[in-house]
Design a protein around this ligand. Structure first.
Ligand SMILES: NC(=O)c1ccc[n+]([C@@H]2O[C@H](COP(=O)([O-])OP(=O)(O)OC[C@H]3O[C@@H](n4cnc5c(N)ncnc54)[C@H](O)[C@@H]3O)[C@@H](O)[C@H]2O)c1
Length: 353
């Protein structure tokens, strides 16, 4: 369905009818055509509707638009507002055609976008950094604590009769106090996680990145170390790097085999940074103590996946940014990026290609 902004509110207009209507009027008739690939939170849709700048078609569902449908719907659009489940590659860009000026993703991660293809076509890209940093950092801390202090196991035991008397070593876990926390990829989220963990009495923060990030690291007095040192010295290792060809599968046997047997591994970045077979091996053999994952490969992870069988593995369904405030802010920023890009103005958050 096509939606056109109007002073009287929403009006549903079929595209051919819309085109006929407007073809008969003189300029400035052309509202930019936009395709929105998902039912995004209301703030973003409101901004698009009230802009008076675009007419948009929405895949009005909580589930991803089927690929075939996406390829059909993008034809001729000037703007595309997408989420991370849509792979925006040469096929989609070809299907859209030369009118496409802006792709705005409601995510900070952009591994689903083919950047060289976008750059080649001069298409501008908007994304949503910063607005989700606090929510993701908060969830990462929650996941870390749930994993290290075995909260899911404990709740299960309490509910199912495993709770006998108070026992001295039962359900013991690992505490943050006096620990070394390692961060793989010290960006916005990595720093925000460290800031939240500091008051728990963490003794030392260490990190790896493509190069030292002196300014960010000084906020949390973090030391730049090699991957080997990160693996060997971390009591808690949080993965916060972007997914790139270099980071794909970077958390593998080589990394896990160097980690402490008491170490807790946390990933809230992207599933493919982890080799899941190697992680399963590390967890089931006692090479590391536990893992908490907000992201997996694939997503959703099938319920019969071996990782779900492990008590020392806590798996969440990719909810790190899922607070009402943050998801609305992401959708508003994605809409504002799109509108600014279509006007040829600086976007609030543009990805430099
Ligand atoms: N689970 C979720 O719902 C969720 C939500 C938001 C973001 N994320 C993920 O978190 C990532 C980080 O977000 P951010 O806002 O902190 O981004 P950011 O760009 O500020 O930080 C990413 C960091 O990763 C580093 N990095 C890149 N390649 C690396 C490598 N080879 N080794 C080590 N470090 C490397 C970058 O230099 C940068 O410092 C996003 O790319 C996204 O994939 C996940």
């Amino acid at each position: 369905m096509w939606w056109r902004s109007s002073a009287r509110g929403l009006k549903r207009v079929l595209w051919p009818e819309f085109r006929r209507q407007y073809a008969m009027q003189s300029a400035p008739q052309a509202l930019a055509r936009v395709y929105v690939t998902r039912r995004v939170p209301p703030d973003g849709l409101r901004i698009l509707r009230q802009s008076g700048q675009v007419q948009f078609e929405l895949w009005d569902s909580d589930d991803p638009v089927p690929r075939k449908e996406l390829l059909k719907r993008v034809e001729g659009v000037e703007g595309l507002l997408c989420v991370l489940t849509e792979k925006i590659d040469s096929e989609v860009l070809e299907a859209a055609g030369p009118n496409l000026k802006v792709v705005s993703t409601m995510s900070v991660g952009y591994d689903h976008l083919s950047l060289p293809e976008l750059k080649k076509r001069g298409i501008r890209v908007g994304y949503t950094p910063d607005v989700l940093t606090d929510a993701v950092a908060e969830l990462t801390v929650a996941l870390l604590l749930a994993t290290s202090r075995r909260l899911i196991e404990a709740v299960e035991e309490a509910k199912t009769g495993g709770w006998g008397t108070w026992r001295t070593m039962w359900l013991c876990g690992y505490e943050l106090n006096q620990s070394t926390v390692g961060i793989m990829g010290l960006g916005r989220i990595g720093v925000a996680i460290a800031e939240r963990l500091k008051p728990f009495g963490v003794k030392r923060f260490i990190y790896t990145d493509v190069a030292p990030r002196t300014e960010l690291a000084s906020k949390i007095q973090a030391e730049y170390v090699t991957m080997d040192e990160l693996a060997r010295e971390s009591d808690f290792l949080a993965v916060c790097c972007a997914l790139t060809p270099e980071t794909q599968g970077i958390c593998n046997h080589s990394l896990f085999s160097k980690m402490k047997k008491t170490a807790v591994f946390i990933n809230t970045s992207r599933g493919p940074v982890v080799n899941q077979e190697d992680l399963y091996e590390a967890l089931s053999s006692g090479q590391i103590a536990a893992a908490g994952l907000d992201v997996t490969t694939p997503e959703p992870l099938p319920p019969d996946h071996p990782l779900f069988k492990l008590k020392n593995c806590v798996i969440l369904p990719h909810i790190a940014s899922a607070s009402y405030t943050t998801r609305n802010s992401m959708s508003a920023l994605a809409a504002n990026n799109l509108l600014a890009g279509l006007k040829g103005e600086p976007m609030p958050k543009e990805l430099k290609l």
